[in-house]
Design a protein around this ligand. Structure first.
Ligand code: TRP
Length: 461
């Protein structure tokens, strides 16, 4: 089938043919922030920050976002907006056939990440609902084991996938954009409200101290630096064409540079403020040991336990917390499914509705594996959520820096305000000379970790 009215590389036409565009600037920004803000901000971030030396980690993380995250996001935005195509088509257009496999890697990553992301999102739905109906459990550990895999997990996973498919099916403006315009402000308000409430807790001060105490020794720790880089990719939804795909629905007059900064800043702020909720709560109840024990534990075991112990207020606050998580999860899932869906539309000429349903159902089915086994979930996370993203990020930075047929600086300058045009050469320098070696080092560690995960999986069964 025809691509929707292809514009040639470097073409200045504002028209994008039949491709749907975002209705408003804020629609795009909030949808992109919605993609970025998710389980990664409120769950992964707190625990990695705690392990990585609190404020010291925050500093390293901010440097990583600025030096690696924003330039990489600019790469995705430039490729997406220049081609008005989803990843596979975009790479073919700007790079030729040889780059198509990178597009497939993106789509595969989207498919795999959504398959288990949806299971975790299902847990958050379940906790929110349970909080409303019954209150939080008094035996959170056993309770979590009961709901994390098996029948309940499958049920909530399927509900979550149906919702995601339902929104993506409707389209960009009426589906994803409208959802983001409603859900994201709700999420900001909840997280902010919770942070204000957390200030009133006894023990909040120790929580803040633990979170914000700079453990300077960690500043130069290679593990912390690497984790900060990987967290930046995951949290900003980079390395698998999500931002690329969203940018393919942008008109030529948007300032990509400004948007990249806005999106990254908003993503950081939500993660930061979420930490200002999690740590006071944990410390108010003396649960600090549980935080760094396991990635899952901090959020899905300690927090419900804490909310339960706080009685009526805890129940109310806990419901809000899990609603915020569920909201973050769904707006992220939209972008994951959109990458897969738009690729099927562009490559095979499917109708959006059919593409979203067909791919969503396949992802839901594959996700059943993660819904019945936490080991599978962990393995898919390690391979797709870590290795594939880092590989994708490396490929994309090399592509944009060295191989793409259009000068990325030209695309970034389009619609940019004069002040920001001046930083584009610096961005390009980072993309060419800093990103590839830094990401390559991160990749080596990701390969090692994925290898270990495979070993553990097959040894442990
Ligand atoms: N950024 C999301 C989070 O923090 C997860 C996510 C959504 C994602 N879309 C993505 C991660 C694309 C990588 C790529 O939870």
């Amino acid at each position: 089938m025809d691509q929707p009215s292809p514009s040639l590389p470097g073409d200045d036409r504002p028209s994008t043919g039949s491709r749907e565009l975002w209705g408003t600037r804020w629609g795009f920004v909030l949808a992109a922030v919605g993609s970025a803000v998710g389980l990664g901000n409120m769950w992964r971030f707190s625990y990695i920050a705690a392990e990585g030396g609190g404020a010291a980690f925050l500093m390293v993380y901010i440097v990583m976002v600025a030096l690696i995250g924003i330039p990489l996001m600019l790469c995705e935005l430039a490729v997406g907006r220049n081609t008005h195509l989803s990843p596979i088509g975009a790479l073919r257009r700007l790079g030729g056939r040889g780059w198509v496999p990178l597009g497939f890697l993106f789509v595969a990553a989207g498919f795999l990440i959504l398959s288990y992301y949806s299971v975790i999102a299902g847990w958050t739905f379940r906790y929110a609902l349970e909080g409303i109906v019954f209150g939080f459990p008094s035996d959170p550990g056993a309770h979590f084991e009961g709901l994390a895999s098996g029948g309940t997990a499958i049920g909530f996973h399927l509900v979550f996938m149906v919702l995601t498919i339902g929104i993506v099916m409707v389209g960009i403006q009426k589906g994803i954009e409208r959802a983001a315009l409603i859900l994201m402000p709700t999420l900001f308000l909840i997280v902010l409200g919770l942070a204000i409430w957390a200030m009133t807790l006894e023990g909040a001060a120790e929580g803040y101290a633990f979170y914000l105490r700079p453990d300077v020794g960690e500043l130069m720790n290679p593990t912390v630096i690497r984790q900060a880089a990987a967290q930046a990719f995951f949290s900003l939804s980079l390395g698998m064409g999500a931002m690329l795909t969203y940018a393919s629905y942008l008109s030529r007059d948007t300032d990509l540079n400004e948007e990249a900064v806005t999106i990254s800043f908003a993503d950081f702020m939500v993660a930061f403020v979420a930490g200002m909720v999690v740590f006071p709560v944990i410390f108010a109840l003396g649960l600090q040991d549980a935080v760094s024990e396991s990635t899952v534990g901090a959020l899905f075991i300690s927090l419900p336990g804490a909310f339960q112990e706080m009685g009526g207020v805890g129940r109310f606050v806990g419901i809000l917390f899990f609603v915020a998580l569920a909201v973050g999860a769904i707006t992220s899932a939209l972008s994951l499914l959109e990458v897969v869906t738009s690729s099927i539309i562009d490559e095979f000429g499917f109708l959006r509705r059919n593409a979203a349903v067909a791919m969503g159902v396949l992802i839901a089915l594959f996700g059943l594996l993660s819904a019945v086994s936490l080991d599978v979930l962990g393995l898919v996370d390690q391979v797709a959520g870590d290795l594939f993203l880092v590989l994708g990020a490396l490929g994309l930075s090399i592509f944009v820096g060295w191989f793409m047929k259009v000068n990325p600086a030209t695309e970034l300058a389009r619609g940019a305000r004069p002040g920001l045009v001046r930083v584009i050469p610096a961005v390009l320098f980072l993309v060419r000379f800093v990103l590839p070696p830094v990401i390559a080092v991160v990749l080596l560690f990701s390969i090692r970790d994925a290898w270990d995960a495979f070993g553990a999986f097959f040894a442990g069964g």
